[in-house]
Design a protein around this ligand. Sequence first.
Ligand code: ADP
Ligand code: ASP
Ligand code: MG
Length: 817
Amino acid sequence: MKVLKFGGTSVGSVENLNKVFEIVKSQKKKNEALIVVCSALGGVTDQIISATNIAKSGEGDFEPEIKKIYKRHKDILKAFGIKDKIADEHLKVSFDKINSLLEGVQLLGQLPDHSLAHLVSFGERLSCYIIAEILNKKGVKTRFINASNLIKTDSNYLSARVDFETTDLNIQNEFAKFKDVAIVTGFIGSNRKGHITTLGRGGSDFTASIFAAALNVEEIQIWTDVNGVLTADPRKVDQAFTVPSLSYLEAMELSHFGAKVIYPPTIQPVLNKAIPLKIKNTSNPEHAGTSISLESVDDGNVIKGISSISNVTILRFEGSGLVGVIGMAARLFSALSQAEVNIIFLTQGSSEHSICFGVLPADAKKAKRSVEAAFSLEIKSGYIQPLIVEENKAIVAVIGERMHKQPGIAAKMFKALGKNGINISAIAQGSSELNITAVIDNKHEAKALNALHEIFFKSDYSSINLFIVGPSGLIGGTLLEQIKRQSQYLKAEKSIEINVTGLINSTKMLIDSNGIDLNNWESTFKKTSTKSDLQAFIDKINTLDFSNSVFVDCSASSTVVEYYEQILEKSISVVTPNKIANTLSQKKYDRLRQLAKKSGASFLYETNVGAGLPVISTLDALQNSGDKILKIEAVLSGSLSFIFNSFKGEKLFSDIVKEAQQKGYTEPDPRDDLSGLDVARKALILSREIGISKELGDFEVENLIPKQGRKGSVEEFFNVLKKNDKHFSELKAKAEKENKVLRYMAMIDRTEVKIGLQAVDSDHPFYQLSGSDNMIVFTSERYRSNPLVIKGPGAGAEVTAAGVFAEIISIGNYMEN
Ligand code: ADP
Ligand code: ASP
Ligand code: MG
């Protein structure tokens, strides 16, 4: 014999009822009963509750709501061609009863629990009645059974406790000779006096399990609207997927910590008899779903699922009176149990100085009152503090029986939460090691679940959410183009999904939490009318609270840089080619790093020096592996590199500068390059990276702009430069005489930094430089006689954007580290 249970959505529409029929028909064995437990039609329980609230308030009319429910049942019967008088009469009598009960509620202005239980019971009674009619009509012999006559409970009307002894006997007697299909109401029972009680919201699962255990069936199947138990709540974690198998204990933990797919009390009765339990999808019966049994099967994942309970209140019971005193915890729990407070979460520090527990918000006041009353003497004398109440918390739990004795799970969990800037207020792990739970702020719940899902179920992909400043600039635009081209590959091959969630420039901004379509981002951005407001943009990033949020500053603005601190503080990573932040004061430079370290966010700026060339990362790798940098010599300006690499033969210096300007190798005003300031900024970053604290003003920087040409227009500057050609030609001639070439370079050693023109001989790596390449030469303890050289294009939108892109991806890969 089997028990099948169909939830509200499974029986909510004509289409689904046809599927229910197919499933029931295919599972019915000749000469053997089949028990089919059904919920109310999807949404009906909520509708009845809302009608009772209207009635109780005395404001408004409950009738339209009730009429809607009536019509829904009637329409379904009609759709299956059932028009007989008996069915009509049954509906009519039931709805008359509902209306008269509601009138009573309205009259008294009160809604006692027993009335509410009675009213909501009509949901299941009506659905099961019509389902039995439908199956009969379709040729499957069925009997409607009102389980409230069989399941006996106490008088806790809205969440009643079952008297299993009587209930089991009742069920066994009822089905002793039964060989057909029974359509059994879920959710409801009755107390000794025969008054209807309910088993708690979602209780139809429990009904099915009570029947399964009483009849000791071969299997119980819970049919719902998802493909089994998923790794997380699919409404909160898009990437959740079906867990093929679970142990009873794992299923119990998952449901206790909020996985709505199974009502928590469901597991115990079937566990006692080791009856296999399956969770299946009514709309997708071919899918294997989830099998729940005694053993936790090794499917390669130690963690089976992640659950959460939103909105809990944490209470802290603290004081010196707790230390070493026997029986304090017992008194605490007995006070809570007398007040009928359910404890969801519990932890005690080993100092015994505090016990922290979590309850539903509705129980918080009761909990505080009862505990403070029980410890009134201790509180008066100061040994125990009045309870501290923290509201708006959420509990997240990772669950899996196989984590038992496996090290590193907690570390992984807390790393993921920390990386995403989620503060943990309390932690608990049951000694059975079935779960690790953490209490966090409610507002971070979704982010926490997604971050944990990414780290524990990497088999899918991790997503990175980008907020880009300067999308219309050269680097920003190129970056977006590169992301668009690469996104398919990254998802398929690297399991990384990149969502561009926000764009902002100096005039407008656009945020789309579902991700901006990169195929037409330009026209979408053009159409947006939201005025640029960087603070509002950042506030929005915070409220969205996505895991792996990255702020990408592709601007050259000093205003944007001012926001880095608050961004990093919120654990949002910053990736930028903008050099400004790293070239302000040493204090600011240190602060940014401290903030990133504290919040677990990344601050990445490889493209500050040498564009896409791996300069900063090489420095990091050398130093992290214990090498010491002794000297850095570098040609760091593509413009100056081009100018001096071309300054050969008869060519005049001013002509080469002009050519470089025309080819776009220099800034529109070449003085921005010739001043040496850009090189100095990069040199400053390099020196800070090797641990030398410097300010820009500390450097000797050779300015190549002749004094008279420093003011005035670009044209005037060229005129002055022409007059100085002789000076440059002489410098070149002198170098050539010694077989040397001129290079504008930065030299950084551990005592000084020099930036300027130097003549280098043919032994020097710079001698061979050509085009507009950058070259960086590291002399270190390891690379002393034969320095390490990095050479290549050090400017250009493509290579810079690619460098930024690579750093973004490195954030997506953080779990590997
Ligand atoms: P039914 O009406 O069939 O009893 P429920 O709404 O009570 O269905 O439970 C199914 C729902 O539970 C799913 O639609 C899903 O949104 C939610 N849910 C929450 N957590 C999980 C999880 N870990 N696995 C599957 N579903 C979950
Ligand atoms: N109809 C009840 C509810 O909505 C019971 C159930 O569906 O399991 O809570
Ligand atoms: Mg349910």
